[in-house]
Design a protein around this ligand. Structure first.
Ligand code: BES
Ligand code: ZN
Length: 906
């Protein structure tokens, strides 16, 4: 019997079926090639899927019966399939009103478009019909489609089978209309699964039939949903369970023996479901929610309807070995994925162009939920560092893209799960919500959800609901943020008593963009009671600024004469102050008059302006001095990122200043380090616990001698006893980095000991901490070993990217290593999202035009659509760095400023 391999290459241009003509009959199968979307003449309503996995042999067979509505005359049915072997004789179409079964006369495969073109001898009757197909597939090890993940049980390695279908991999498991707008009902059956294994899918089990040591499991039929949300998990697990107030059954599944580590996520999930029910004014749509930790997982987590899958680090929390940052990560990821159950699963984007509706929104709302559950985490201040600042960083590149982005091919979808869709998306939602007001925003969302439940929506539909609910020209304002890339920098000048404000596009490259935005502008003068808001287009002038101070006397008090725009950093833009206004803000920061968010915003903007060569490095460094007594977690975290990047650029531009720069930065962090100490304090805040780790890690990276000694001492205690109180999980990374600073090829003990820690732990967070410190070493030989270790069989391929955090001494080694290992890297990561992480981590740190040339040359024959944008962005970053280095080389005042700052006592 002939079996068609969907993944086999066909000759280019060869037709897959006879070209006989009919209306959509006129169609020939070749007309379906190269189209971004499937034709709509057949619409799937219900899938009955049978899968029979063989976990040992890593393969599966299956069959699918799809109830179709034929809505236009056609002789063809076109649907997706990839990497499946399809038995052409099994493809049949059955009209319910007649007993006639039509066999497909031709089953054509267009590999490049991942479609099947089924050709029938006669026009299919309009109305409902049943399409049946049998197929075979491979359980792959690529963490997508239907794949295997490896776990250990009683010392034995075993396979579990897992699905990951977003964005377009359901087609690797069963033939289907694999686009988000083709919602249908799914009834799943798993055949001949070993009885001892746990079998999970979106819906609860309806029936189980045991047959010796095998079982067949029938799941209930799902409500309407998109293919990318269908899921199956088969393996050995323990679980814990709880119920929401409304009786939704929530379970966390983890490796046998680890269920204690699921408790925190379970508790967060129950509370978050209750919170969203109220917030969206709509109950959770299914009767159960399962959350499963998967040992090999390409992303952080995946929001499959009713069956959310997670990387272990994003679900498990261990009292003994997790850090405060790990705890927060779990809460954030759970809140994000559960938000999708409404925003994404119940109401789904119509096409991937509107992906940001899913991801930007879930990112934003996860903060709302976490803020409710953990107000002491001050997550909205952290939002600025994690989301906004990162969004502004990427979107300041000319190679960025608009939030609403054209997607023409399945291979382009993966790459838009990026900082723009998530972080800029979340940031513009936050901006809009502030502008229209929290209550109106919430009410409008609730009506949007009701209106589009079980269906699909576009960005426009969200604006319409908001416009109705808020009586504001929401679409006009928001189009300027979602339909064009980039964002503005607002320049502010004070002339006499007149404040002049003007926007232009911010680009790190220094080029002049043409973008214009409608900016929800806010400003405060001297205190936070004086807040004023207005919508700003190109320019604004405020004539009598004195009148904006709540107490006019303050305008002449040097401590209270500051003026801050973009109050609390609500807007997605930057502000550039003239020198006098900048000096006043600096004074206000030193005297602690400004809010956390404003301190952070000014810091982040100043750094960006410096990189864009609109502010000298000397000015930036002087400005950083205002943060010498900073204790707030988010601000410290931003400061650490900035000092790292400044350190790297100075090493290129003025290596002779490096020691002074280091001394200055050490001075900046010693204040908080002394306050925090190495040991946890009774009753201290979650944020201080996180800062402790960050600050000591920063000091270790800077080579601060006392930190290196203390970190190493504590590490030795840890080697003796993994439960020593001397090395709390919050400070482990700092100690590991400290140890690595002294390692070299002749003194390898620290490195070997860390590898031992890696090998001996079964805790993913611990493994990631070790991996993230190995290449922080200044020694090039060790860096190379660390990079090789990351790609070795000892490291799960999901984790290798954590090993790419290379010290500034390791840039060239990493690049050479990357080129030498391109083939295995591409083979393992090429078809997924992780390859872009390799490209940006290895390329972006460079800072010369020679390197730009070299990188371009290397990739001439190697660029693929799935990484094209990331590569361009990374190259642009190198060009920006190169210009920055050049301008620092030319800075006259720099040496003097650095000397002065370095000897100041903090
Ligand atoms: N839907 C995504 C997972 C995903 C990402 C699928 C890319 C396909 C391609 C999921 O909701 C998600 O966004 N996960 C994040 C975690 C979140 C807390 C930002 C992730 O995986 O990093
Ligand atoms: Zn998401």
């Amino acid at each position: 019997m002939e079996v068609l391999q969907v993944h086999k290459q066909r000759k280019p241009g060869a037709s897959t079926s006879s070209d006989s003509s009919q209306s959509s009959r006129e169609a020939t199968s070749s007309q379906f090639k190269g189209q971004p979307r499937l034709p709509k003449f057949a619409v799937p309503k219900r899938y009955d899927i049978h899968l029979k996995p063989d976990l040992k042999a890593c393969k599966f067979s299956g069959s699918v019966s799809i109830e179709l509505d034929i809505v236009a005359d056609t002789r063809f049915i076109v649907l997706n399939a990839a990497h499946l072997s399809i038995n052409p004789a099994s493809v049949s179409f059955n009209h319910p009103d007649s007993s006639k079964v039509l066999q497909a006369t031709k089953v054509g495969v267009v590999e490049a478009d991942e479609i099947l073109v089924l050709d029938f001898a006669e026009t299919l009757p309009k109305g409902m019909g049943l399409l049946s197909i049998r197929f075979d597939g491979v359980l792959n090890d690529q963490m997508k489609g239907f794949y295997t993940s490896i776990y250990e049980h009683n010392g034995e390695k075993k396979n579990m089978a897992v699905t990951q279908f977003e964005p377009a991999y359901a087609r690797q498991c069963f033939p289907c209309w694999d686009e988000p707008a083709f919602k249908a009902k799914f009834k799943i059956t798993l055949l001949d699964v070993p009885s001892e294994l746990v079998t999970l899918s979106n819906m609860p089990v309806m029936e189980k039939k045991e047959n010796g040591h095998l079982k067949t499991v029938y799941f209930e039929e799902s409500p309407l949903m998109s293919t990318y949300l269908v899921a199956v998990v088969i393996g050995l697990f323990d679980y814990i369970e709880a119920h929401t107030l409304n009786g939704i059954k929530v379970r966390v599944y983890c490796q046998v023996g680890k269920s204690n580590q699921g408790k925190f996520a379970l508790d967060v999930a129950v509370k978050t479901l209750e919170y969203y029910k109220d917030y969206f004014d709509m109950p959770y749509p299914l009767s159960k929610l399962d959350m499963v930790a998967i040992p090999d997982f390409a992303f952080g987590a995946m929001e499959n309807f009713g069956l959310v899958t997670y990387r272990e680090t994003a679900l498990l929390y261990d009292d003994q070995h997790s850090a405060a940052a790990n705890k927060q990560r779990v809460a954030t990821v759970v809140a994000h994925e559960l938000a999708h159950q409404w925003f994404g699963n119940l109401v789904t984007m119509e096409w991937w162009t509107d992906l940001w509706l899913n991801e930007g929104f879930a990112t934003w709302v996860s903060y709302l939920a976490n803020d409710k559950l953990f107000p002491e985490w001050k997550v909205w201040t952290q939002f600025l560092d994690h989301e906004c600042s990162e969004g502004l960083r990427l979107d300041g590149l000319a190679e960025s893209h608009p939030i609403e982005v054209e997607v023409n091919h399945a291979s382009e979808i993966q790459e838009i799960f990026d900082t723009i869709s998530y972080r800029k998306g979340a940031s513009v939602i936050r901006m809009l919500r502030d502008y229209v007001g929290g209550q109106k925003f919430q009410n409008s969302l609730a009506s949007y959800i009701k209106r589009h439940a079980w269906s699909n929506a576009k960005t426009e539909d969200l604006w319409t609901a908001l416009k109705e609910g808020c009586d504001e020209p929401v679409n006009k304002i928001m189009n300027s943020w979602t339909k064009q890339k980039g964002y503005p920098v607002v320049s502010v000048k004070m002339k006499n008593q007149k404040l002049e404000i003007e926007q232009s596009q911010f680009l790190y490259s220094g080029s002049h963009g043409k973008g214009q935005w409608i900016i929800p502008m806010t400003l405060c003068c001297g205190d936070y009671e004086s807040r004023k808001s207005f919508l700003m287009e190109k320019k604004a002038e405020i004539h009598d600024i004195k009148g904006f101070f709540s107490d006019t006397d303050k305008s002449s008090d040097p401590a209270r004469s500051w003026i801050k725009l973009n109050v609390d950093q609500i807007g997605f833009f930057r502000v550039k102050y003239d020198e006098a206004l900048g000096a006043k803000l600096r004074y206000a920061i030193e005297n602690k008059y400004l809010s956390i968010t404003d301190r952070l915003g000014i810091l982040d903007d100043s750094f960006a302006l410096c990189m864009a060569r609109q502010m000298s490095l000397a000015s930036l460094l002087t400005f950083l001095g205002a943060y010498q007594e900073e204790l707030e977690h988010t601000v410290l975290s931003n400061l650490i990122k900035i000092t790292d990047k400044v350190g790297r650029v100075v090493a290129d531009a003025k290596p002779e200043l490096m020691n002074y720069i280091k001394q200055f930065f050490i001075g900046l962090f010693l204040y908080s380090a002394e306050k925090l100490g190495w040991d946890p304090k009774q009753g201290e805040s979650h944020l201080d616990a996180m800062s402790r780790g960050d600050v000591f890690t920063a000091l270790a990276m800077l080579g601060h001698e006392e930190t290196l000694i203390e970190g190493t001492r504590r590490f030795h205690a840890f080697l003796e006893n993994r439960n020593t109180p001397l090395l709390h999980p919050d400070i482990r990374k700092a100690a590991y980095v400290a140890v690595m600073q002294k390692v070299n090829t002749t003194n390898r003990t620290g490195f070997e000991s860390l590898l031992r820690v890696y090998r001996e732990t079964d805790q993913s967070q611990e493994k990631v901490r070790v991996l993230g410190s190995l290449a922080s070493c200044p020694d090039q030989g060790i860096i190379l070993e660390a990079l090789n270790f990351a790609l070795s069989a000892e490291v799960r391929s999901q984790d290798a990217v954590f090993g790419l955090a290379v010290s500034k001494e390791g840039r060239e080694v990493a690049w050479k290593w990357f080129k030498d290992n391109w083939d295995p890297i591409w083979k393992t990561y090429g078809s997924g999202n992780l390859v872009t992480r390799f490209v940006s981590s290895v390329v972006s740190p460079f800072a010369s035009s020679e390197k730009v040339k070299e990188v371009k040359e290397f990739f001439t024959s190697r660029t693929k659509p799935s990484m094209a944008r990331t590569l361009k962005q990374s190259i642009e970053q190198v060009e920006i760095n190169a210009k920055w280095v050049q301008s620092i080389k030319n800075e006259k005042q720099l040496t003097e400023t650095v000397n002065k700052l370095a000897i100041r006592k903090y």
